[in-house]
Every structure is written in C-alpha cells, then in structure tokens.
Design a binder for this molecule. Structure first.
Ligand code: HEC
Length: 215
C-alpha cells in the first residue's frame, strides 16, 4: 500500500460529505424548530399565554402509536399532507393545509409512510373523532366501509359471554358481523390505545409557515 494517506483522505471525504448532506444540512434547516403559537407578535415571537403547537401526544395515545408501529399500519397509511398543486390531498379532505417539518418535531419516531393503499391519517382525529366508529372499523372494516381492503384487527377485541348486564364498553356490532347471540365484543387496552392515537392525529391549527387559509 503506497497510497495509504490518499486512501484515508478518500474515506474521510466520503464520510464527511454524507455527514454534511444528511446530518448537518438537516440540522441547519430543522434543528432550531420549536413549538409556536398560531400567530406571532410584531417581532415574530410566539405570543405569551397562547396555546403552543404542535401538541405533544401523551398517555394512552402514545401507547397507541406503538400499536400502530407493531401492526404495520404504515405499510398502507401515510401521515403527511401534500400542498395543493402537489396532489389532491386537500381536495380529498385529508387536511386544511400542508404538513410541514414543525408538525413532527415532538415525535420520537416519525411515521410519514410512503404507501397510500388507505387514506392519509395525518388529520384523522379532526376528521373522525368517534370512538365507536374506529372500534367497529378495527373489529371489521366491512362494517363501516363495505368493500374495504383493510384487514380486520378483531384480535384487538375480546369476545365474551354477556353477563347479567351487557358490558358498558361493548362495541355495537351489526347482526351480519356479530360473533353470535349471547356474546359481546369488548375492546382490549391495545384497541383503546390505538383509537386514542387515531383521535390524537390532528392538524387543525395554523403554523406561521403554514397557515390554514379560510376558503
Ligand atoms: C392492507 C392495507 C391496510 C392496512 C395494513 C391498514 N389499513 Fe387502514 N385503511 C386501508 C384502506 C384501503 C382504507 C379505506 C377503506 C376503509 O375505510 O376501510 C383504510 C381506512 C382506514 C381508516 C379510516 C380513514 C378515513 O379517512 O376514513 C383508518 C382510521 C385506518 N385505516 C387505520 C388503520 C390502522 C390504525 C391500521 C393498523 C392497525 C391500518 N389502518 C392498517 C388499508 C389498510
């Protein structure tokens, strides 16, 4: 090996180049983003006392995100709204504005997704905050969305015999999909967590760089 310094330089520049491109430029572009208020004061600072966005998801919803990751929902659903002119996302009602990097800053793992076999879920909590709808849909998508290609997640529910009184948390299942007379369908904790996560996916707030424009 006569050219060891050259080899070393080559390796160094390759690594330095990719580090600059992938880490340094992202850090410069996005590293300083913090939560902010919907409108800014004259100096461009967040207004004291106004709510800060994006909101942190906590508790059960945070656990639901883990269920979302475990079950591979990302293989069919994205969580990113493209701006008008870059696809029909807003026309489809998937959001009132595009999503921007600041919307994701509080997330430890960002599940942007690339596949859209199903609708984008960035604003599903704004679009459909109904617990009952989501439970019926996860138990069997055909109940709420006949012809859906989404798989059923019935294993997130416990089928049990009805006791003296029906369980207060029993999911209303139409007869055609019901597991049988004398039985009831109860959400497990994972089902509850997943629904809490769905309801936490909201983007009904403006950001200075992406305001919601009233039509
Ligand atoms: C094989 C692809 C596929 C997988 C995997 C999948 N979905 Fe879906 N999903 C769809 C399709 C297609 C639709 C549209 C029809 C319907 O409403 O069922 C949909 C609809 C939805 C909707 C309603 C969206 C709306 O705008 O009304 C929600 C919520 C949802 N899926 C959540 C999930 C979650 C959570 C998971 C993981 C547990 C999941 N999906 C896994 C294909 C999929």
């Amino acid at each position: 090996m006569n050219n060891l310094p050259l080899l070393f330089l080559g390796i160094f520049f390759t690594l330095a180049f990719s580090w600059t491109g992938l880490i340094l430029t992202s850090q410069i572009q996005f590293g300083k983003l913090v939560q902010t208020t919907e409108v800014l004061d004259e100096e461009g600072n967040p207004i004291e006392g106004d709510p800060l966005y994006p909101e942190q998801i906590v508790g059960l919803a945070q656990q639901g995100k883990q269920v979302y990751l475990d079950l591979g929902c990302i293989y069919c659903h994205s969580q990113q709204v493209r701006r008008p002119g870059f696809g029909a996302d807003t026309e489809r009602g998937w959001g009132e504005r595009q999503s921007v990097p600041r919307d994701y800053i509080l997330q430890d793992r960002v599940v942007l997704g690339t596949m859209r076999t199903g609708p984008d879920l960035m604003t599903i909590g704004d679009r459909n905050p109904s617990d009952d709808w989501h439970h019926q849909h996860f138990y069997n998508p055909q109940i709420t969305s006949p012809g859906s290609t989404m798989p059923p997640y019935a294993f997130l529910y416990r089928v049990q015999e009805v006791g003296v009184e029906p369980h207060p948390r029993a999911v209303q299942i139409p007869e055609a999909f019901h597991p049988g007379e004398g039985l009831e369908v109860i959400p497990t904790r994972r089902a509850d967590a997943l629904v809490a996560y769905m309801k936490s996916l909201r983007m009904g707030y403006s950001l200075p760089e992406a305001p919601i424009i009233e039509q």
